[in-house]
Design a protein around this ligand. Sequence first.
Ligand code: NAD
Length: 341
Amino acid sequence: MKIAVFNTRKYDRQFLDRANVKRDHELIYLEPRLDATTATLATGATAACIFVNDTADAHTLKLLASEGVQYLLLRCTGFNQVDLKVAEEVGIKVARVTNYSPYSVAEHAVGLVLMLNRKLHRAFNRVRDDNFALDGLMGFDLHGRTVGVIGTGKIGMIFAQIMHGFGCQLLGYDAYPNSAFEAIGAARYVELFELLENSDIISLHCPLLPSTEHIINTNAIDQMKPGVMLINTSRGKLVDTKSVIEGIKSGKIGYLGIDVYEQEDNLFFEDLSDSVIQDDTFQLLQSFPNVVITAHQAFFTEDALTTIAETTLFNADCFAQGQHCPNELKFEEKVIVKSSA
Ligand code: NAD
């Protein structure tokens, strides 16, 4: 199958080429992101392959269909960038990577917890500057602390298990609780307000849906413990950034670790080190000593990239051979409500 692979970096090519060794797909690597202005680059291809920050809205999908594209292959789990209803209307089948190393994201979230708590970002710079003073570097034991996990799916479960290993008490909140969470030990489901009121650390692992957008807003922050640590490796829009900034300034939020940001589309995945960043909110966040930001890299492990490439081309195999694709996305209400993003 001829596949126009949008938004590619060196590492995408490396892993897709490796997965394609035993296959014979024709992979056309394109650097631009997919949107209505770039859709014609897929001319002659049977499939377009995209990532989280591409745009497959109604207009773009209609353009792709008019170019003869029949399949949309997502190199990610989330599909909030795709208008599934229009895809169905114009006859484009969509498939995603339903499942890839949840350890990658969960372990990154734990990394943010440790970095913030033990102030490793500051300690690293100090020692490089021959400043061996400890003032300002004091942390707290994770053992015995209460960790709130919002969204106890694949990633949230692993995050919870790791934090259980540190000796933390776990509080979970999920629209669809699963019995495996409470089986971890020292773990119980509670209502959201109870999780917010009682957690020393809160980590977000639910998808971005209309019901979860700005789940962390001023009202939620008001309910939190003073000095709480907030971790978001899920989606930027789960958090109302302006409210979080107010929370940091007032001291209510003691630590913030994020791998995702509301306006990340204008920043992340690009080298902007020679540019003047125009996003004042982001620059303000960066200026706080108790904030650590990574640029949507939680998924970025060898293991995850291998699975992403293999599954993407497996989906292409299924479509090319006219077989049922287990990772196909259909426009159905239950998919919209229950899916991970
Ligand atoms: P998952 O579908 O396995 O788990 C999501 C959980 O959230 C489910 O248990 C679901 O029931 C729950 N949920 C749904 N609606 C909810 C609501 N309104 N309130 C509370 N919980 C709700 O997904 P996953 O694989 O664990 O992924 C979790 C999130 O991680 C994804 O949605 C995605 O946004 C994010 N993610 C980030 C990266 C990264 O690189 N930073 C990579 C992959 C995934």
